[in-house]
Design a protein around this ligand. Structure first.
Ligand SMILES: [Zn+2]
Length: 214
C-alpha cells in the first residue's frame, strides 16, 4: 500500500500518517527524516543535499526526488509506505510519478485531510509553549491546570511566532498556491480520497481506515 498524505499545514496529516504507519506496519516517510538520515550516514545524496542546505538554499526537486526514491526502494518499503510532506509541488509530483513508473511502481492512494483555513488558524492560535521547559499545551485541547502557567515547571506560556495567525495565514497562502494543485493532479490520476479533518483524530482515522481497508 503506497500512500501519499495531502493537506494544509496544521491539518493533522502527520498525525494520520503516523497512525497509518502503525496500523498497516509500513514506514512513515517524511523528507526531513530522509535528509537527516542521509546526512548522518554521509551518503552521496546526503552530501549533495547538505551543500545546498549549508548555503541556506532549497534542495532542488531532482535531488529531493532521488532521495525519496532511494528511500522507498529500501527493504522495509516492500509492502508500501506513507509519504508525509512530499510531494509539495506539481513538478515534484510529476518527477515522483515518473521515477516510480520507471520501476513499474505507482502510488495507490492520495489522502487529503481537509480542514478549512479558519479552523487551522483557530487551532494554531490556541497553542501555547512554555518559555522555561518548552512543554506545549493547547487552550482548548490540552489546557494547563492553572491558566497561563506551565504544569511541568511553573514557567510562563507564550504563543510562538510560528503559531501566530499572520504566520499561519502566510503558510496557508503558500500551500494554496503550490500544494493544493496536487489535489487536481491526484484526482486526475484517479487516486485522490478526501477525509474531513475537522473532526477528532480518532474519527479522522476511522475515515482513513474506511478508505484503506481493515
Ligand atoms: Zn515549563
Amino acid at each position: 500500500m503506497k500512500v501519499v498524505m495531502l493537506g494544509a499545514p496544521g491539518a493533522g496529516k502527520g498525525t494520520q500518517a503516523k497512525k497509518i504507519a502503525a496500523k498497516y506496519n509500513i514506514p512513515h516517510i517524511s523528507t526531513g527524516d530522509i535528509f537527516r538520515a542521509n546526512i548522518k550516514n554521509g551518503t552521496e545524496l546526503g552530501k549533495k543535499a547538505k551543500t545546498y542546505m549549508d548555503q541556506g538554499l532549497l534542495v532542488p526537486d531532482e535531488l529531493v526526488v532521488d532521495l525519496v526514491v532511494d528511500r522507498v526502494n529500501q527493504e522495509d518499503c516492500a509492502d508500501g509506505y506513507v509519504l508525509d510532506g512530499f510531494p509539495r509541488t506539481i513538478p515534484q509530483a510529476e518527477a515522483l510519478t515518473k521515477a516510480l513508473a520507471s520501476q513499474g511502481q505507482k502510488l495507490d492512494y492520495a489522502i487529503d485531510v481537509d480542514v478549512p483555513d479558519e479552523n487551522i488558524v483557530r487551532r494554531m492560535s490556541g497553542r501555547r509553549a512554555c518559555v522555561g521547559c518548552g512543554a506545549t499545551y493547547h487552550l482548548e485541547y490540552a489546557p494547563t491546570k492553572k491558566e497561563g502557567i506551565c504544569d511541568v515547571c511553573g514557567g510562563e506560556l507564550i504563543l510562538r511566532d510560528d503559531d501566530k495567525p499572520e504566520t499561519v495565514e502566510k503558510r496557508l497562502g503558500v500551500y494554496h498556491e503550490q500544494t493544493q494543485p496536487l489535489i487536481d493532479y491526484y484526482t486526475n490520476a484517479g487516486i485522490l480520497k478526501r477525509v474531513d479533518g475537522t473532526v477528532d483524530i480518532e474519527e479522522v482515522f476511522q475515515a482513513v481506515v474506511q478508505i484503506l481497508g481493515e
